[in-house]
Design a protein around this ligand. Sequence first.
Ligand code: UD1
Ligand code: UDP
Length: 364
Amino acid sequence: PRIICVAGARPNYMKVKPVMDALERHGADVVLVHTGQHYDTSMNDVFFRDLGIRPPDRHLGAGSGSHAEQTGRVMAAFEPLLAELAPDAVVVVGDVNSTLACALVTAKAGPLLAHVEAGLRSRDWSMPEEVNRVATDRVSDYLLAPSADAAANLRAEGYREDQVHVVGNVMIDTLRANLERARSSDVLDRYGLTRGRYGLATLHRPANVDDPDALRGLLKALGRIGERCPLVLPVHPRAEQRLHAVGVPAGIRLVPPAGYLDFLALQDSARVVLTDSGGVQEETTALGVPCVTLRDNTERPVTVEEGTNVLAGTDPERITATVHRVLDDPPAPRCPALWDGRAGERIARVLLDGGTARTRPRPT
Ligand code: UD1
Ligand code: UDP
C-alpha cells in the first residue's frame, strides 16, 4: 500500500519518524509530505539531520500566517497532491494546523485517515490545538491513542470500538532510540552547565507569550527560581521579540532553539524542567526528570498521574512555590504503560492489517 505521512512543524518530526520506519519495514510505499509550517533551520532542518529522516518527498511551502491563512494554504496545496499520489491512507500526527488541514482534505478525498496521538483533550477551547485535535479525531478512520486516558476520552465521545487503538507513545520511541547519542552531545559544555545544577525552560503557548502581562508574570517567577537554580531557555521564534520587549531577569539565559539531540541532553541532565510544551511534559516523564508545567490544564494527564509532571498554572507566586517544592522533594520517576519504544511498530500493524478504504466502515 501507499501511505502518505504528513509532517510540518517541530513536534511532528520525532513523531513521524518511527511510524515511517515501521511502515517501510513492513513493505509500505511511504511518501513523506512536508507542509512547510516550520522552516527555520533551527525549527526544521536540524531535526532531519539529528533524527536521520530522509528529505521530504514533497514540500507544500505553506509558511507562517494567521490560522486560516496557514491552514488554508496547506489544504489548497495538499488537495491536488492527494489526487496525484492516490494513496491508500494518510497518517497525520499531533495537533498543529498542518495536522488538521491534511485531515480535512483527506476525509473528503477518500483515502483512509489515521491520527497518531488521538484522544488527547485539554478541554480548553482557547487553545488552537484543542480545536485541531477534536476536529482531526472526528474525521479519522484510525484513532491511534498514546495512553489509556486518551482512549477513554474517545470512547466517552462515542467513537466506535474498532476505531480506537491504544498503541503507546511514538515520541518516546524516538527518545529511546536517541538517548545514548544525546548523552554524547557537548551542549552542556558549550553552555557552561553542570549536570543536575541547572533548570531548563521553554515557553511558546500563545496564552503565555502573546500577552505581555502574562509573559511578564512568568518571567518574574522564572527570575526568582533562577536565583536558586540557574535557568537556560531555548527561545521559540514566536517568543523571541516578545521576551526582549518585556525584559529578561538575571538568572535566565536565553539561547537559540536547540536541536533534538542537544535538547534531549539538556532535559536529561536538568534538575527541573519548566515548560508549556506538550511533548516536553511527556519526554521528562519518560526520562524521570521533574517537570513543572506552566499551564492550568494538560491534555496529557498521564504525565501528572503516572509521571513526574506537576501543573503549576501561570500565577507567579504559585509557580515559584511549586518549583521550590519540587526542588526540595522531587517526584519519583515512573513511566506510563506502552511508552516502551514500540509504538511505531504497533501503528504499522494496525494500519497494514486494518483493511482498505473499500472494506472498512467510515467514521459514524
Ligand atoms: C505551532 C503549533 C503548536 C506547536 C508549536 C511547536 C499550531 C496552531 N501551533 O505553534 O501547537 O506547539 O508549533 O513549536 O499549529 N516562526 C519562525 N520560524 C519558523 C516557524 C515559525 O520564525 O520556522 C515564527 C513566525 O513568526 C510565525 C510564528 O513563529 O508566525 C508562529 O509559528 P506557527 O507555526 O504559526 O505557530 P507556533 O507558535 O510555532
Ligand atoms: N524541542 C527541541 N528543541 C527545543 C525545544 C523543544 O528539540 O528547543 C523538542 C522537544 O524535545 C520535543 C519537541 O521539540 O521533542 C516538542 O515540541 P514543541 O515544544 O515545539 O511543541 P509541542 O509539543 O508543545 O506541540
